[in-house]
Design a binder for this molecule. Structure first.
Ligand code: UDP
Ligand code: MN
Length: 290
């Protein structure tokens, strides 16, 4: 394995850590930076004392980072991982979509699969004892600090269509312990010859942590549950709402009419105005009837 100093490369914190634990997200372009603003505002409403860390790449303009800084987020610049050219080609958007098509939903044009792997840089944040990673396309609806006491690696199942989804994890929310040894082991396993991670970091993490600890689905409630499995939906239980596939800030996306109440909730968090009490929101069936 590489030396410790080598394992600290590719990551440039702009400020120092302010607590032992952190929420961590990733933004590689202006669209996901918007997402992170809604996420950060929603986290601040939970009253957590943990840092909110935003990993960002050179693909994000300073003006898109400014609102995150103003909200008190800790900005940490990261490079893409040092992966082989062949790995990058296999996981480039065009190749990945051709070899592992998305049949159940649509990814926005601003989503680059290769960027997902930058999530693994969380393991380099060794100033923290525990991190909760949350995708930039999610909002937090209640305090989830208890997850800082959960083991590595904890994640919720990838439930949005059927019971079979319980066999897979979703990497939009996970609990992890930063460690350079783990990071080094990951880099080694990630880029083996000819390997193809069809759902990028998600498939990799499932393989790297075969004994992953299952969190309740409410810790990562996927938006498609709203129309596919409405009997699972209970606003009082949902801790993290995750807008997988189409994003709530995409204007007029194909599922927008069906997901209207969820999109409105995201915009309330994004602007910080008129955030409703979760108990006051309609159930999927009420919304249908309306
Ligand atoms: N991401 C990013 N830029 C990209 C792709 C992904 O910043 O081009 C980050 C962002 O935090 C995003 C996460 O990686 O939320 C995973 O991608 P996404 O949420 O779009 O995937 P989905 O949840 O739809 O599977
Ligand atoms: Mn996501």
């Amino acid at each position: 394995m590489m030396l410790g100093t080598e394992m600290l490369r590719g990551i440039r914190p702009i400020t120092t850590a302010g607590s032992r634990n952190a929420f961590v997200t990733l933004v590689t372009n202006g669209d996901y930076a918007m997402g992170a603003v809604a996420l950060a505002r929603s986290l601040l409403l939970t009253g957590s004392p943990a840092d909110i860390v935003v990993l960002f790449t050179g693909g994000v303009e300073a003006s898109a980072l400014q609102p995150l800084e103003a909200l008190g987020c800790r900005l940490v610049e990261v490079d893409h991982l040092p992966l082989s050219h062949a790995f990058n080609l296999r996981h480039a958007r065009g190749n990945l979509h051709a070899n592992a098509p998305f049949t159940k939903g649509r990814k926005p044009a601003f989503h680059s699969p290769l960027d997902n792997f930058c999530k693994l840089r969380l393991w380099q944040l060794i100033d923290y004892s525990t991190c909760i990673f949350i995708d930039a396309d999610a909002i937090v609806l209640k305090n989830i600090d208890k997850l800082f006491d959960y083991p590595e690696f904890s994640a919720a199942p990838n439930v949005y269509e059927s019971l079979e989804d319980f066999h897979r994890l979703n990497s939009g929310v996970f609990v992890a312990k930063p460690s350079l040894a783990t990071f080094g082991a990951m880099l080694k396993q990630l880029d083996e010859p000819d390997v193809f991670w069809r759902r990028t970091d998600q498939t990799f993490l499932e393989t790297f942590f075969p004994d992953w600890h299952g969190l309740p689905v409410f810790m990562n409630m996927l938006q498609y549950v709203w129309f596919n499995l409405p009997e699972l939906w209970d606003w009082r239980q949902i801790a993290v709402l995750h807008y997988q596939y189409e994003k709530p800030w995409e204007v007029g996306h194909p599922k927008a009419a069906q997901l209207r109440p969820l999109i409105d909730l995201w915009h309330a968090h994004y602007t910080g105005e008129g955030v409703p009490a979760p108990g006051s929101l309609p159930s999927p069936r009420d919304a249908d009837a309306a």
